[in-house]
Design a protein around this ligand. Sequence first.
Ligand SMILES: [Zn+2]
Length: 469
Amino acid sequence: MNKSTPIIQFLGATRTVTGSKTAVIAGPDLDDRLMIDCGLFQGPKELRLRNRASLPIRVDSIGSVLLTHGHLDHCGYLPRLVLDGFEGPVYCSEATAEIARIILMDSAHLQEEEAEYANKKGFSKHSPALPLYTSEDALRAIGHIRTVRLGTPITIGPRTQAVFHEAGHILGSTSIELGIDSMDKSRRILFSGDLGRYGAPILPDPAGGFTVDSVVMESTYGGRFHGDTDVFDALATIVLESMRRGGTLLIPAFAVGRTQLVLFALRQLKDQKLIPDIPIYIDSPMAIRVTSSHLHHDSALDQETRFMQQEGDSPLLPSNLHIHRSVEESKQLNDINDNAIIISASGMATGGRILHHLVNKLPHKEHTILFIGYQAFGTRGRSILEGSPTVKIHGNMVPVNAAVRSIDGFSAHADHDELLIWLKKFDRAPDRVFLNHGEDTSLEALREAVVQKIGVETTIAEYQQQYSL
Ligand SMILES: [Zn+2]
């Protein structure tokens, strides 16, 4: 490889959807060596073990980190990177800084709790079990964050400039465009980050009109389609059905993005009198904080939402909404058994306050459980959705007698067609596309479509592999 040729190396989110980390070496100066995203591996153990192994490149060879957005699989490794000696700035949009703060502190608490639990039970091979990072480490990482404005070029190093663009995926999410001036020629490379949906409520559409040489593109929904179900109609039908049954509607929801979409939909349905004004309870401290971030970051919202908020009203706040922050307030919801909606986390019922609501509601046939997100294989949510007669929670088998429903289409991710639309909105087709952040079948389906429909050389990124730009 020519010494002056910029190099890209994938350190995560290769043939999988977590651990997003991509190193870019744009020149010999430390400031020209950067990392796009710094995500945590999640899911199967062999992936999670990568969080504990040392990074495949030297931490002191990374000058800066640029974050596309605040999801854990894109920023959750930062505290570990800082703990291992990273000293540079972490650039991201203002709203991403706020989401990342919430996510990182929550992640550190979970790591601490897990280590404490393992020590109490004597599970760990290491004695004592240590958290991947602590709250103090997370706070130190947060101290490295520098916020940038969308659309404004910033200088990263002597050869490297960056511009952040709207990605429409969650509050503050961006695609990142790098301009690299090396000895022989200048190059532009665009990292899509996770891409949102066109015409979705709350957030602006993903930006377009790019002129770049290479693209690193996510492929989460390659080969998959959201379909054309009207999610508002579907939600109204399920709310009314749950009311006829006489019980409570329990919605497990991700705290970032999904909870806000459901609140938006419930507000619309209530305003249009398509559902009665029954009480809605949000019972997730993180969901409450993230919803409040939406109220404070007007500039990250779409025009309609921004306008309503500037008028002193928010489309995210339906009438008869009750916020339950403390554990005591959460327990009070155990006494609610008639017409009401409870929204709680986690979205796949893998942990969090949703568990004690499930223990209370699942055994009774008058209640309804509504899933509004993808339920990964091996999660409690998947078992319930697939009709398992019992499910294990806190060591006890809980019978599933409640009605179980699900709605697709509340996704924060562009589907196969929308990913292609995003590529077609470039001013000119790029010379090369790298695909990351997807499972094998999604990567293959999207590669085939990009080659056939856009006519661009497309490479599936491999773990630790280096490519010249
Ligand atoms: Zn994401």
